[in-house]
Design a protein around this ligand. Structure first.
Ligand code: OXD
Length: 308
């Protein structure tokens, strides 16, 4: 039984060490030291180009090494091979931390105070209780739900929007395109945690920004493709939006000289909100391999027709 890891090189050794200790029966290989590709049955990958997949005739499962699967060309994956997304405690905790950091920084005007400090300005802004802020989360998958659960502990007013209805305690729930405008109306802070699909591409656009409360802020931890950059810049310049926190851009990295690098009301990070952590991810993935070996249903298989 061969497992091939073809993803982030710095973390490969930790994956290999886990499998060596906990699954010595599995022949764990790390790309590019892949041996005979025709023996590979389980592939852990970020990019899986078609010509590479075509060289794996015995492939049983394709595991995405990240939470998203939008980088995978489903048409190149044989129909009988399930694609599994990464759902593991480390990736969830990382996202909860990053979003909580961004929400609290926006809520407590931290970015304004950093700018004020650099000018030597001592100027107090009103301190608003969390209960006066309405936060909307777009995408109520495992990450969106974990984020809402943590934000609830601060007392924010919470709402969530999803393609299909999801009911969560303490969260006002909205579903589908028809409820999107009502969801947006009154949001002070919007968090995008949607998967990137044909339906969600460019969803963070002028119409959406215009529906938020004037002066609202946006956090994008989904994908760069969710955002229409020109619309964001226009909304920031007009004051419709007060700030944006972006962990993802299109393209990545953002070209030098791009306005988002230097916009005074954009806080940019290089796609680090959350990362798969081998220590917590490897046990989850191994359990899925064991299920496959036992002929049991796998967890976190994506629905190719939905794209996530
Ligand atoms: C992921 C990511 O999908 O890092 O895990 O964006």
């Amino acid at each position: 039984m061969s497992v091939l890891y073809r993803s982030d090189a710095p973390r490969a050794a930790a994956w290999a060490a886990y499998f060596a200790e906990h699954a010595p029966d599995l022949d764990f290989r790390v790309w590019p030291d892949a041996g005979d590709l025709s023996e590979v049955e389980y592939l852990i990958a970020w990019q899986a180009p078609g010509e590479f997949l075509a060289a794996l005739p015995r492939l049983k499962v394709l595991f995405s090494s990240g939470a998203g699967v939008d980088h995978i060309d489903f048409s190149a994956v044989p129909p009988h091979v399930p694609v599994v997304r990464m759902v593991e405690p480390g990736i969830i905790d990382g996202m909860v931390e990053y979003v909580t950091f961004a929400v609290l920084a926006l809520h407590r005007d931290a970015f304004d105070y950093v700018a004020a400090q650099s000018k030597g300005t001592w100027a107090q802004s009103e301190v608003w209780p969390a209960s006066t802020r309405t936060i909307g989360v777009m995408g109520l998958g495992v990450l969106g739900r974990a984020v809402l659960e943590r934000l609830a502990t601060f007392g924010f007013r919470l709402r969530g929007w999803n393609r299909s209805r999801r009911t969560l305690p303490g969260v006002e729930s909205f579903a589908g395109a028809e409820e999107l405008p009502v969801f947006l109306r009154g949001c002070d802070l919007l968090i995008c945690l949607l998967p990137l699909t044909d339906q969600t591409q460019g969803i963070l656009n002028a119409n959406l920004f215009g529906a938020l409360r004037p002066g609202a802020a946006v956090i994008n931890v989904g994908r760069g493709g969710h955002l229409v950059q020109a619309d964001l810049l226009a909304a920031l310049d007009s004051g419709q939006l007060s700030r944006a926190v972006l962990d993802v851009t299109d393209p990545e990295p953002l070209p030098s000289g791009h306005r988002l690098w230097t916009h005074p009301r954009v806080f940019l990070t290089p796609h680090i909100a959350s990362m798969t952590q081998p220590d917590t991810a490897a046990p989850v993935l191994l359990e899925n391999i064991r299920r496959s070996q036992r002929g049991e249903p796998l967890s976190d298989v994506i629905d190719r027709s939905q794209g996530y």
